[in-house]
Design a protein around this ligand. Structure first.
Ligand SMILES: Nc1nc2c(ncn2[C@@H]2O[C@@H]3COP(=O)(O)O[C@H]4[C@@H](O)[C@H](n5cnc6c(=O)[nH]c(N)nc65)O[C@@H]4COP(=O)(O)O[C@H]3[C@H]2O)c(=O)[nH]1
Length: 814
């Protein structure tokens, strides 16, 4: 939980930190980019502006310069005109042949011809070989001079439209002046033809660029001259053409000199055009500067700048991205480091805590293990190991100081019964209570140990004589013998004690313990609730017991057990209604051992369950192998011990066996004693109910000898009650016993239970039982228990061997 919260915390911190840093980097990069671009664009705009302004200025300056040059050239031509005219007026006038003489003053390289026309437009003289008398009265300059627009006679220089010379076939510009005299008025026209392209030289040195142009246009919108750096025939083709009237230079509202932006009429390219009206002539001087050229460098620079800035932007972005990634990594690395540190510290802390916990647990466990190793977990008393240790220690002390000590071996009487009947939890409770009482009954210095089960041992040190040991035993018996209440039941418990004294009964712990144990069995045999000192004679008896136990344990393997079957017959009809299976043990040396001897012993040593299972298996086998057709159906009643009932799995065992032998469970009857039932009524009830639900019949054996509580009868789901033999023995003579038998039978009838009387030995018994209304009888009078083969013979013979047969024997099923 903590760790996952920590992880989330780190993840959030990581995201936050990472985003914060990245945001900063992005913002910083954006700022740099914005500044860079703003500066660059601003620079480019500024460049353009400055360049544009400079170009404007340049164009205007060029126009002014060209204007000045042109004006000066025109002035010179006009000067020539005026000079010739003066010469003519002062001398021969329009005398042919004199023009060449006068023309010497006109030194213009562009001169094509000088011509004089009379008042009728007829050529009077020319520097070119014209046919004299040719009429030029259609020429615009002639017409303009002959008929001046305002005020009649006007002496002014006229620069006509370019015209293609008739003779020269060259474009010519006609500079002309009127010739007049005060007396005669209009006498004619003096004209100088100039090659317009000669003016081009005026612009040769003007920096108009490769695409620039210088032109002269008249107020009549006719192009007089175009100068370009290259000899562009296209441009030549424009000479004489008329420009559209919407051009800015023709706009009367505009100033006479300006710089405008125009698109080429040829290819629509943009030009910066400076125009300038000449002062004394109706001519406009134009200087065209190509924007491509003007801004060429600027554009190149701008392009360079933009490329550089784009590149730089890319680099900045990359750098920023790199920084962001680096920052993110660094941040992540820092966080990882912090997380790792945190984790490390946390792990250290957890580790230390675990180590501390483990240490504590280990110590506790060690203590526990030590306690377990040396103490009994149930009672907390020293166990067999610690006992051996302490006993050895005590023995060494006794031997050294020549002091006696006694080993008292204690065994609870009837503990098995309590355990079997009241259940293990009660048995455990009893052991704890007894342990406490023993502990209190002895001196604190004495060791009280639990050897296992219901066996305790006391080491009574420093006793003067065997008598002192006897007193210790008495105190213990008195303490344990005090009635106690367990699970709400009053309980009287007693114990048997065997005493062995050091050094008289043994010099070492094992011997003393064995002898004390032997003495304890002697006390048991003597009737329990007593103490016995060890004697040599006891040793033999104990050995016999041990031998018996070994023999009994081996008997199953050696197949020394067998079952005999005693018939039960219906009293009214004399019909066989079943047999009771009874266990027999043939001891290899002692011969037949009575069940009353070995069955309680088997219960005591815990062998009865195994033995009981064997009996059940044998009975089922007998049923399975029974020849129904020959002998009629057979029902077998099997005795089960309290331990079997209280184990809780009896029904499962029976179910398994009936299935295994494939027999009808209805052929089986289970005989339980009252003691088995009262031990743990609920559990016994459950077991019996399960048995009955399987179809197995249940009989209550030895009825009357135990508690015989009516309550049990009411609660128990049984089929049959078996009246104990002890009641029947004197029933016909002892009125009390007789009454008990009658009572039991009446009660059974009331509860709709069958009644079997056991130990029927005489006719008197039969008569009494008939009179009392008993259902079935079982006893020597009918038949003694016999092997299965004998039973078959017995049935086949229709009588019982050796005993009085019933009046009439018929085989019936239950
Ligand atoms: N004097 C006399 N005795 C008669 C007469 N008719 C029958 N008996 C004896 O009475 C006992 C009847 O069995 P029980 O009351 O269940 O008493 C049984 C039963 O409690 C126990 N037992 C025998 N076999 C088994 C067994 O397989 N399992 C368990 N748990 N107990 C068994 O041992 C007890 C003694 O068994 P057994 O010695 O076979 O003794 C049997 C039987 O032989 C008679 O007319 N006169």
């Amino acid at each position: 939980m903590t760790s996952s919260t920590g992880d989330r915390g780190f993840a959030m911190a990581e995201r936050k930190g990472s985003w914060g840093l990245n945001g900063l980097i992005v913002a910083f990069a954006a700022l740099i980019l914005a500044a860079l671009w703003a500066t660059t664009l601003n620079q480019i705009a500024h460049d353009r502006m400055v360049t544009k302004a400079a170009a404007r200025q340049q164009a205007a300056d060029l126009a002014r310069a060209f204007d000045a040059r042109l004006a000066e050239r025109i002035e010179r031509i006009d000067h020539g005109l005026k000079h010739i005219r003066r010469e003519m007026a002062g001398g021969p006038g329009l005398v042919p042949g004199r023009l060449a003489e006068f023309a010497k003053v006109v030194t213009d390289s562009a001169l094509i011809q000088i011509a004089v026309f009379d008042a009728q437009g007829r050529l009077v003289d020319s520097t070119l070989p014209h046919a004299k008398g040719d009429n030029f009265s259609d020429r615009d300059y002639y017409l303009a001079h002959r008929n001046p627009s305002a005020g009649g006679a006007e002496d002014r220089l006229l620069i006509g439209r370019p015209a293609l010379g008739r003779i020269s076939q060259r474009w010519t510009l006609h500079f002309s002046r009127r010739i007049e005299s005060a007396e005669d008025g209009f006498l004619g026209v003096l004209m100088i033809a100039i090659d317009p392209f000669a003016f081009s030289h005026l612009a040769d040195d003007l920096p108009i660029g490769e695409e620039g142009a210088v032109s002269i246009v008249g107020s009549d919108r006719a192009i007089r001259m175009i100068h370009t750096r290259r000899d562009d025939p296209l441009r030549r083709g424009w000479i004489g053409r008329e420009l559209p009237g919407d051009r800015p230079q023709f706009d009367p509202t505009r100033p006479t000199a300006d710089v405008v932006r125009l698109h080429s009429t040829i290819d629509a390219r943009p030009f910066m055009v400076a125009y300038r009206w000449m002062d004394n002539q109706p001519l406009i001087v134009l200087v065209h500067l190509s924007e491509t050229e003007i801004f060429g460098r600027v554009n190149e620079r701008a392009e360079f700048l933009l490329t550089a800035v784009t590149g730089m932007s890319g680099i900045i972005l990359l750098f920023a991205a790199g920084l962001a990634v680096l920052g993110r990594r660094q941040h992540r690395a820092r966080l990882d480091l912090a997380a790792a540190n945190h984790l490390l510290r946390e792990n250290e802390r957890v580790l230390e805590q675990r180590v501390a916990e483990r240490t504590v647990a280990l110590e506790r466990s060690n203590r526990h293990v030590h306690t377990l190793a040396y103490h009994d977990t149930l009672t907390g008393l020293p166990n067999r190991t610690l006992f051996a240790d302490r006993a050895a220690h005590a023995l060494r002390g006794g031997a050294r100081d020549a002091r006696k000590l006694a080993i008292l071996f204690l065994d609870l009487d009837q503990f098995k019964t309590v355990n079997d009947t009241l259940g293990h939890p009660v048995g455990d409770e009893l052991l704890v209570a007894v342990a406490g009482r023993i502990r209190q009954a002895v001196r604190p210095a004495d060791t009280v140990a639990r050897m296992g089960g219901d066996e305790f041992v006391v080491i009574a040190e420093g006793i003067a004589s065997a008598n002192d040991a006897a007193h210790v035993a008495e105190r213990i018996m008195a303490a344990v013998g005090t009635p106690l209440s367990l699970g709400g039941r009053p309980l009287n418990i007693s114990l048997s004690i065997g005493i062995a004294v050091f050094p008289d009964d043994g010099g070492d712990v094992p011997t003393l313990l064995k002898n004390a144990d032997t003495a304890m069995y002697a006390a048991k045999t003597a009737g329990r609730n007593t103490a016995r000192f060890f004697s040599a004679a006891m040793s033999m008896a104990a050995e016999q017991r041990l031998g018996m136990e070994l023999a009994l344990r081996r008997a199953l393997e050696r197949q020394e057990f067998t079952l005999v079957y005693q018939p039960k017959i219906a009293l009214a009809s004399g019909r066989l209604c079943g047999v009771e299976a009874l266990l027999r043990w043939r001891h290899p040396e002692r011969g037949w051992v009575p069940p009353a001897e070995f069955i309680p012993f088997a219960e005591e040593i815990g062998l009865i369950e195994q033995l009981g299972a064997w009996v059940l298996d044998q009975a089922c086998r007998a049923i399975a192998g029974w020849d129904d057709t020959r002998f009629g159906p057979l029902s077998i009643a099997v005795n089960v011990a309290a331990a079997q009932v209280n184990r809780g799995d009896l029904a499962a065992v029976v179910d398994g066996l009936t299935r295994q032998h494939r027999i009808d469970p209805g052929r089986l009857e289970i005989e339980v004693t009252e003691t088995a039932v009262i031990a743990d009524t609920d559990r016994a009830l459950a077991t019996l109910n399960r048995l009955r639900s399987l179809g197995v019949a249940v009989a209550l054996d030895d009825f009357g000898t135990g508690y015989s509580s009516l309550m049990y009868l009411r609660r128990l789901d049984i089929d049959t009650i078996k009246i104990d033999r002890s009641f029947l023995m004197n029933a016909h003579v002892d009125s009390r016993d007789g009454e008990i038998v009658r009572l039991i039978i009446r009660m059974a009838q009331t509860l709709h239970l069958s009644v079997v009387a056991e130990g029927v030995e005489t006719e008197e018994h039969v008569a009494f039982l008939k009179d009392a209304g008993c259902d079935m009888i079982q006893g020597y009078l009918v038949a003694r228990p016999m092997p299965l083969a004998d039973l078959q013979d017995w049935i086949a013979a229709g009588h019982s061997a050796g005993s009085r047969p019933p009046p009439k024997l018929t085989l019936v099923s239950r």
